[in-house]
Ligand binder design. Structure first.
Ligand code: FEH
Ligand code: ZN
Length: 369
C-alpha cells in the first residue's frame, strides 16, 4: 500500500462578503495540461485588491461570488512543468525565473477580444488569476505556460519585487501610453497622480517613449520629488498646474488621470489642449462626470484602457533589464497582507508593495531556494 502526502501551503484568499483576505492552508496546486507550477517569490498589492474587498462596492461586481486566492501580480521560479509543456514550450525549464502575467485568455480566433490582440480584455470574461482564478498571494501558483514571461536577468540582478510590479503597475500605464495612445517623441504628457502607476507613467513616457515634455501633478511633495527623480520635466501641485502651463507655454497633448476622482478629471479637462486626449486609469471614484459642451468645445478624445498584454510585459522586462525603467517597490512578508491593505486604504504607502512568502522573506537577502 502506498501513501501519498499532499503538500500544503498558506494562501490568502478572497471570501465573499469579507473585508480582508482570509489565510487558509490549501494543497499546493498540481499543474494540469499546458500549465506550469511557479514558486512565488513576490506578489504585488494593487488598489483594485482594496476595491474588490469592499462588499457591494463597484469593483466587487468584477469578481465572482466564490473563494479564490488573491494576487494578480507576481514573480517566481518555475517549480514543475505540467503534462505536454516540455514539448509545447521547450524554452521553459524548471528553475527559470519568470514574471507572472495573470491573464488567462481563450485565444480563440472567434473571440472578439483575442482575435483583435486584446488578450488583456478577454481575461475579463475568462478570468484573471487573483481576480477569479487562484492568484499569487500564496507559496505557489499554477497557470498556463503561455502566461509566464522569462525574465531577461537573474534573481540577484533584478529583484522579484521589481518584476512583480512590472506585471501590473508598469504594464497598465505602458499599455495606455504606448499601445492605446501612441505617445511619441513630439508629445507633451501630463501625469495626474504620482502613486504606484503614475510614477511608472512618468518613467515610461520619458525613458521608453521619449516624450518631449512630461508634467507630473500631485498634492504630495514627496511624490513630486519622486517624479522629478524619474525624469519629469515639471512637477507641481494641482493649484499651480494651469499657471505652469501658461507661463511655460506648454501644450498638453495627453493627460493621464491615474487617480480617477472628479477633481483630477476636471484638472485634466482644464489642462488639455484643443484636440487632445484624456485617458483615465484611476478608479478611485466609481463614476466621473463631464459637461458634453466642454468636451465638444475642446474637440477632446476621452479614453480608457485595462491592464496590458503578455507581449507588452515582455517588452517592459527588457526595458527593466536594460536599465531604462526602474519601478519603485517595497517588500513586506506575505503574512502582513492585511496591514499592507490597511496602509493602502489609509494612504500610508510610499511605493508599490510586493508581498514575499514568509519562508522566502527570512532568506530575502540571497533569495536562495
Ligand atoms: C483589476 C480589477 C478591476 C479593474 C482594474 C483592475 C486592475 O488592477 C488590473 O490590473
Ligand atoms: Zn491591478
Amino acid at each position: 500500500m502506498s501513501s501519498v502526502t499532499t503538500r500544503t501551503m498558506t494562501a490568502y484568499r478572497f471570501v465573499p462578503s469579507k473585508h480582508n483576505p482570509v489565510p487558509e492552508i490549501i494543497p499546493v496546486p498540481i499543474p494540469t495540461e499546458g500549465q506550469v507550477l511557479v514558486r512565488v517569490l513576490a506578489a504585488g498589492v494593487c488598489h483594485s485588491d482594496v476595491g474588490i474587498l469592499i462588499p457591494g462596492g463597484a469593483l466587487s461586481h468584477f469578481v465572482p461570488p466564490t473563494i479564490f486566492t488573491l494576487g494578480h501580480e507576481g514573480a517566481g521560479i518555475i517549480a514543475e512543468l505540467g503534462p505536454s509543456v516540455a514539448s509545447t514550450f521547450p524554452q521553459l525549464k524548471i528553475g527559470d525565473y519568470v514574471a507572472i502575467w495573470s491573464g488567462n485568455p481563450c485565444q480563440k480566433p472567434t473571440c472578439i477580444a483575442c482575435s483583435r490582440g486584446y488578450t488583456n480584455l478577454c481575461t475579463i470574461e475568462h478570468g484573471i488569476h487573483g481576480l477569479r482564478h487562484d492568484g499569487s498571494w500564496a507559496e505557489y501558483i499554477a497557470l498556463r505556460a503561455s502566461s509566464v514571461v522569462p525574465v531577461p536577468g537573474t534573481l540577484d540582478g533584478i529583484a522579484p519585487a521589481i518584476i512583480s510590479a512590472a506585471t501590473d503597475a508598469v504594464l497598465t500605464p505602458y499599455h495606455a501610453m504606448k499601445t492605446s495612445c501612441r505617445v511619441q517623441a513630439e508629445h507633451t504628457v501630463l501625469c495626474m497622480g504620482i502613486g504606484g502607476l503614475g510614477l511608472n507613467g512618468v518613467d515610461i513616457a520619458k525613458k521608453c517613449l521619449g516624450a518631449r515634455c512630461v508634467i507630473a501633478c500631485d498634492t504630495r511633495s514627496v511624490a513630486l520629488h519622486d517624479a522629478l527623480a524619474a525624469g519629469a520635466d515639471y512637477a507641481v501641485p494641482p493649484e499651480q498646474l494651469l499657471s505652469l502651463i501658461e507661463e511655460e507655454r506648454l501644450v498638453v497633448d495627453f493627460a493621464f488621470d491615474f487617480v480617477g476622482i472628479q477633481a483630477t478629471f476636471d484638472a485634466c479637462f482644464a489642462a488639455i489642449r484643443p484636440g487632445g486626449t484624456i485617458h483615465v486609469l484611476g478608479l478611485l471614484a466609481d463614476t466621473l462626470a463631464y459637461t458634453a459642451l466642454t468636451a465638444m468645445r475642446k474637440d477632446l478624445t476621452l479614453k480608457s484602457s485595462f491592464w496590458g498584454t503578455r507581449d507588452e510585459l515582455a517588452e517592459i522586462l527588457q526595458a527593466i533589464s536594460d536599465g531604462l525603467l526602474k519601478p519603485k517597490v517595497d517588500s513586506r512578508p506575505m503574512s502582513q497582507c492585511i496591514q499592507v491593505l490597511d496602509d493602502m486604504r489609509e494612504g500610508r504607502l510610499q511605493a508599490r508593495v510586493a508581498l514575499v512568502p514568509d519562508a522566502i522573506a527570512v532568506r530575502i537577502a540571497s533569495y536562495k531556494l
